[in-house]
Write a new protein. Structure first.
Length: 277
């Protein structure tokens, strides 16, 4: 069951629901006869189970020194083009890999492979988001980019992915200028959960009715701490600032890895000493 839209199968790990969610008529054939209390308990159970899997993923990423970025957006924001350009720019600096989420096809993963990085596609069917359990299984089929960056391209949806931690360091929300400038106000949970907003397709600004100032004002109202960068993945304008942000975060993760391993080693020694005593 998808805890955000309230429809879908009631599996705790694989969630199925149709997008969009805000005001669609529930013609899915699902039963909505659950009591409110039961739904709340089910939602809590789903998120709690997902949090367990996310913690396992995060522990693995910390041990291997992997920066994980969860890219989220509406459909058509340019995430895949952005990722392909990012892979081409960074693949010779450190290991890079991608997990792509989509309802159908492996088109995005094929584009990433062509750009020069290993990629695994998760097809969610009717599922409106990736979850931590599915990401964990995808990691079994992907060469881990130890000391590098794993990009997760989530399903195009600004609602449900906000609630599901995948074990990432940051959510990165991609908003294109072909969308409404009030998107941060319409989908505040996603923008509040994100550490960075990328305003993409800025090369189209002369051709669309989009007020950048209003958009940035809305975004900062929802999340004053969120960093914001403007770029065009198609032309490359502004890409270097995004790449530098990724590089800084990757270096920070490597520093955290050293601290994590030292702490883990000290804890192991204490446990062995106690057992010996």
């Amino acid at each position: 069951m998808c805890v955000t839209c309230g429809c879908g199968e009631s599996e705790p790990v694989t969630h199925s629901c149709d997008y969009p969610h805000d005001d669609h008529p529930h013609e899915h054939g699902h039963s909505h006869a659950h009591s409110g209390a039961r739904l709340i308990r089910l939602e809590r159970d789903i998120l709690a189970k997902n949090a367990e899997f996310a913690a396992n993923n995060r522990r693995l990423f910390a041990e291997r020194g992997i920066l994980v970025l969860n890219l989220v957006s509406s459909p058509g924001s340019g995430k895949t083009t952005l990722l392909a350009q990012t892979v081409r720019a960074l693949r010779d600096e450190f290991p890079v890999a991608v997990i792509g989420g989509d309802q159908q096809t492996a088109n995005d993963a094929e584009r990433i492979l062509a750009a020069g990085a290993p990629a695994v596609q998760i097809n969610t069917g009717k599922g409106c988001h990736l979850d931590a359990h599915g990401v964990g299984h995808a990691l079994e089929r992907l060469p881990l980019p130890e000391g590098g960056v794993l990009f997760i391209e989530n399903v195009g949806n600004l609602v449900c992915p906000a609630d599901f931690d995948l074990g990432e360091a940051h959510k990165v929300v991609v908003l294109s200028v072909t969308e409404g400038e009030d998107k941060p106000l319409k989908y505040p949970n996603m923008f509040a959960a994100s550490g960075l907003m990328l305003l993409n397709k800025t090369d189209l600004l002369p051709h669309v009715d989009f007020d950048v100032g209003h958009c940035l004002e809305h975004a900062r109202r929802v999340n004053p701490d969120m960093a914001i960068l403007r770029l065009s993945a198609r032309t490359g304008d502004g890409m270097e600032a995004w790449l530098d942000w990724v590089r800084r975060e990757q270096r920070a993760v490597l520093a955290q890895q050293a601290s994590y391993l030292e702490t883990h080693l000290a804890t192991t020694r204490i446990r062995l000493t106690l057992r010996g005593g």
